[in-house]
Design a protein around this ligand. Structure first.
Ligand SMILES: NC(=O)c1ccc[n+]([C@@H]2O[C@H](COP(=O)([O-])OP(=O)(O)OC[C@H]3O[C@@H](n4cnc5c(N)ncnc54)[C@H](OP(=O)(O)O)[C@@H]3O)[C@@H](O)[C@H]2O)c1
Length: 286
């Protein structure tokens, strides 16, 4: 059982589609939603890892999920997004919660970043989320809201999407674009009673720092941040953000600090960020 999760099945009769469910935060959210009674559609490229997540959920006595479906797919590929939609329609599955979580980071200065790296980062973190949502929106709209339940589109973002982080402009830009998309969509979907929740987890112990890109497109190998929390902890925050219908949820002090400082004291924030960049360039990240 996951610490901190209230075991009441708040997501009974809900179907949730989670991208990037093969590891890290996405896999933890799958466990947490299963523990609360949701049926799951799990999406990521690595079929075996998806199956492992499915097995782990099924073997956990406390996590009784109505149904689990795994769809190996690359969310940046239009054909794969269509295949996900076709799968749900053929199985006549409803859709209540769409969690756009699949993502990569990229760490490099602007003047040292190849344009292909920026495009790949935007493709996964922004365009894939937007275009998968466009595919799924008709299904979300027509699925009846479970009694006492909710319909939600979630963007798993980052505090780096609140401000241009030096040495990480591509990651910041890809998530910031997602924020304004979600803000516009939230207002447009009010009449459909579909909530739009932007959730910005703080540092989390996942593979993100071994799957991201440097400026040349090579995979980065960075250590975890010292203050990184567990994916399970973050999953609980995300679930609570959905239940409380948070417009923007910042899970840690760093995020809240950036959020307020960028408006109240932007000069001070720039000085802090300049120190961080200098430290990163010396090779000691965070
Ligand atoms: N870790 C942190 O400190 C942190 C902090 C704030 C926000 N976040 C956000 O949390 C989200 C999840 O990241 P994580 O930290 O859990 O890292 P992770 O363990 O590396 O998870 C990334 C997931 O995205 C999937 N993915 C990547 N590219 C994909 C593609 N083209 N198509 C389908 N799936 C794809 C990966 O699965 P496959 O490789 O199997 O496709 C994997 O399941 C990201 O959006 C990240 O920006 C993380």
């Amino acid at each position: 059982m996951l610490a901190g999760i209230n075991m009441k099945p708040e997501f009974h009769h809900h179907t949730a589609l989670i991208t990037g469910a093969s590891s890290g935060i996405g896999a933890a959210v799958a466990h947490a939603l299963a523990a609360r009674g949701a049926s799951l559609v799990l999406v990521a490229r690595r079929a075996m890892e998806l199956k492992r997540v499915e097995r782990e959920i099924r073997s956990s006595a406390s996590e009784s999920t109505a149904e689990i479906h795994c769809i190996p797919a690359d969310v940046t590929a239009a054909m794969d997004r269509q295949r996900i939609r076709d799968f749900l329609e053929q199985k006549q599955l409803p859709l209540h919660i769409l969690i756009n979580n699949a993502g990569i980071t990229s760490h490099a200065r602007f003047d040292e970043t190849q344009s292909d790296v920026l495009r790949r980062t935007m493709e996964i973190n922004f365009f894939a989320a937007v275009e998968l949502t466009a595919q799924m929106l008709p299904l979300l709209k027509k699925s009846a809201r479970p009694t006492g339940g909710r319909k939600s589109i979630v963007l798993v973002s980052t505090p780096s999407g609140l401000y241009g982080i030096p040495g990480r402009f591509a990651y910041s830009a890809s998530k910031a674009a997602g924020h304004v998309w979600m803000e516009a969509m939230r207002q447009e979907l009010k009449a459909d009673q579909i909530q739009c929740n932007i959730i910005c987890p703080g540092y989390t112990r996942t593979a993100l720092r071994q799957s991201g890109l440097d400026g040349q497109g090579n995979t980065i190998q960075e250590e975890q941040a010292k203050e990184a929390k567990s994916p399970h902890y973050m999953a609980v925050q995300i679930i609570n953000g959905i239940i409380k219908n948070k417009r923007l949820l910042l899970t840690d002090t760093n995020g809240r600090f950036v959020y307020w400082l960028r408006t109240l004291a932007p000069g001070l924030l720039e000085r802090i960020m300049a120190k961080k960049l200098a430290k990163d360039l010396r090779g000691s990240v965070e």
